[in-house]
Design a protein around this ligand. Structure first.
Ligand SMILES: Cc1cc2nc3c(=O)[nH]c(=O)nc-3n(C[C@H](O)[C@H](O)[C@H](O)COP(=O)(O)OP(=O)(O)OC[C@H]3O[C@@H](n4cnc5c(N)ncnc54)[C@H](O)[C@@H]3O)c2cc1C
Length: 538
């Protein structure tokens, strides 16, 4: 049987947050032919475009890979659901819409870890380039880019009280976490426009979709990168029941995300040699760090019963629910436009720390876990996470077949600093809850509850009442040490013609939500690819 083949200049695997950016930028020159392949389908499910639709698209195998982590000793041997977008737009099509860039020091650290060109002043122009900021342009913001960013279209009294309480314990008010300083309390910005989600599929792919030099292939599952000697020349993939191959004259770019990219490298023979040999995969290049260095933000969720009516009451009332639907249909406003959180705090777990090391996500609603229906009583959630966790996990294939999910082990709270900050985070939440503006409105702490008091008890609560915020990164980290997978131009070390550009290349997780940084990575990767192509041509 002959396998159908086609040749392009660039083949991109994964149409997610980074992949869609690359597809747009690389096809701006009509003479460059690009194929982007996506294992998921088109983004036709209406819930993708309604901001709160993540409740419907998460844990739905039509749009979500539905990964589950290994039993993790650090969180009482629990296994967590790890949703990842499997659709055009990738995780930007089902994420919580929160737009946070991180702290300047994050990128300066990336640079200082052996990655010239990745300091804050180097990457800021790419954040600005991608952006279409509702508030207008400025030193930190851009307009006219494909990524729309806007303010929330909903305010609730309990959220205002929460902000006031944070100010009362000494946290400054901050109306823009993506400008001069991240520290403070205020409302999130979101990747939405006029009440609709603005995924990278909508923003970046939407603008490029009609270009004749771009081919978008959906339901195309990449199985392995094809090598000639050590040069990546193409990708083998499954489209429906048939096997196909495509070839890249210039480069193959993996943008399959923090799970997909290391999995694909390992399935292709690039990874820890002894692990690959044990699975009888021919080793193209021994690269020990592929899949290692996994990082994620673990949030401890505190739920407070309150005397205020919250979204729980609105959603649990059938008439109110109908009105919410009407409000959205008629005005594109109301609770259906909500990002996953409304209020953020970036602060220090201890005054001796030099920059914010914890983040709060506050929502005027509560549930047993994300994706579950709201509680039957009035309550709000204040979850707290450590911004720069030290615990490291891994993504490791169990089979040479790309259809078999890899083992994912986050190793949460395996580092002493992470355990300490988890405890300090809960204490900070309780200080806010006890502040004069908020305390009179609280009935009690429902989760974890007043029975948890000593440091050991608080750590036990952190192990039991914590969840991912869906930010896995760093499994193909950029750098120059032995565990680095890509260099500072995002080339996979030890082979040719192959780059990785997505959240997996972060040397360390950023201090905040990871979508905006991943879009920036896509922008910078595209610029480097085009620059290298120009240089090769002279
Ligand atoms: C439920 C959820 C909520 C989140 N909330 C927020 C938030 O509010 N704010 C924020 O900043 N961040 C949030 N994040 C994180 C953020 O969305 C991700 O960090 C970011 O989207 C990662 O981008 P990526 O390009 O690395 O991967 P993805 O966007 O996941 O893209 C990878 C793409 O590759 C495809 N793919 C994978 N393997 C293959 C293969 N073998 N063949 C073909 N295609 C393949 C996938 O289907 C996917 O489309 C959230 C994530 C999730 C899942």
């Amino acid at each position: 049987m002959t396998i159908p083949t086609e040749t392009y200049d660039y083949v991109i695997v994964g149409a997610g947050s980074a992949g869609c950016v690359l597809a747009n930028r690389l096809t701006a020159d009509p003479s460059t032919r690009v194929l982007i392949m996506e294992a998921g389908g088109r983004d036709t499910n209406p819930w993708i475009h309604i901001p709160v639709g993540y409740f419907k698209t998460m844990h739905n195998p039509k749009t979500d890979w539905c990964y589950v982590t290994r039993p993790d000793p650090g969180i009482a041997w629990r296994c967590l659901q790890w949703p990842r977008g499997k659709v055009l737009g990738g995780s930007s099509s089902l994420n919580g819409l929160l737009y946070i860039r991180g702290q300047p020091e994050d990128y300066d650290r990336w640079r200082d870890l052996g990655n010239p060109g990745w300091g804050y002043r180097d990457v800021l122009p790419y954040f600005i380039k991608s952006e279409d900021q509702e508030r207008g342009s400025g030193e930190y913001h851009g307009v006219g880019g494909p990524q729309k960013v806007s303010d929330l279209r909903l305010r609730r009294a309990i959220a205002e009280r929460f902000i006031d309480a944070a100010v009362e314990i000494g946290i400054p008010r901050n109306d823009d976490f993506n400008a001069a300083t991240q520290e403070g309390v205020g409302y999130f910005q979101q990747t939405a426009h006029k009440g609709l989600r603005w995924s990278t599929a909508r923003g970046f792919l939407g603008a490029a979709r009609k270009r004749p030099n771009l081919r978008i292939l959906t339901r195309a599952h990449a199985l392995r990168v094809l090598f000639e000697n050590r040069r990546a020349v193409g990708v083998e993939y499954r489209l429906g029941d048939s096997l196909s191959r495509c070839f890249a004259r210039a480069e193959v770019v993996l943008s399959a995300g923090a799970i997909g990219s290391p999995q694909l490298l390992q399935c292709s023979g690039v990874g820890n040699g002894s692990h690959l040999q044990a699975l009888e995969i021919p080793v193209v290049h021994h690269l020990a760090g592929v899949g290692d260095n996994l990082q994620d933000h673990l949030q401890v969720r505190l739920v407070y019963k309150t005397r205020h009516r919250t979204l729980n009451d609105e959603v649990n009332n059938p008439l109110r629910k109908l009105l919410i639907g009407m409000q959205y249909l008629l005005f594109r406003s109301g609770p259906l436009t909500l990002s996953a959180s409304q209020v953020a705090i970036f602060t220090r777990s201890d005054p001796s720390v030099d920059r914010p090391d914890i983040q709060f996500h506050m929502q005027p609603l509560s549930a047993d876990k994300p994706g579950d229906g709201p509680h039957k009583f009035s309550a709000f959630t204040a979850s707290v996470c450590q911004l720069r966790p030290q615990s490291r996990g891994y993504v490791r294939i169990r089979s040479p077949a790309a259809s078999v999910y890899p083992d994912i082990q986050p190793n949460y709270l395996s580092d002493q600093l992470d355990r300490k900050i988890a405890v300090l985070g809960i204490k900070t939440a309780r200080r806010i809850a006890a502040a004069p503006s908020l305390a009179p409105h609280i009935v009690d702490e429902f989760v974890p509850g007043a029975v948890y008091q000593t440091d050991e008890e608080l750590l036990a609560a952190a192990r039991l009442y914590s969840q991912t915020i869906y930010h896995p990164t760093s499994t193909c980290k950029m750098g120059s040490d032995d565990l680095a997978v890509v260099d500072e131009r995002l080339y996979v070390r030890g082979v040719e013609g192959l780059r990785v550009a997505d959240a997996s290349i972060m040397p360390e997780i950023t201090s905040g939500n990871t979508n905006a940084p991943t879009i920036m990575i896509g922008e910078k990767a595209a610029d480097m690819i085009l620059e290298d192509a120009r240089q090769a041509a002279v």
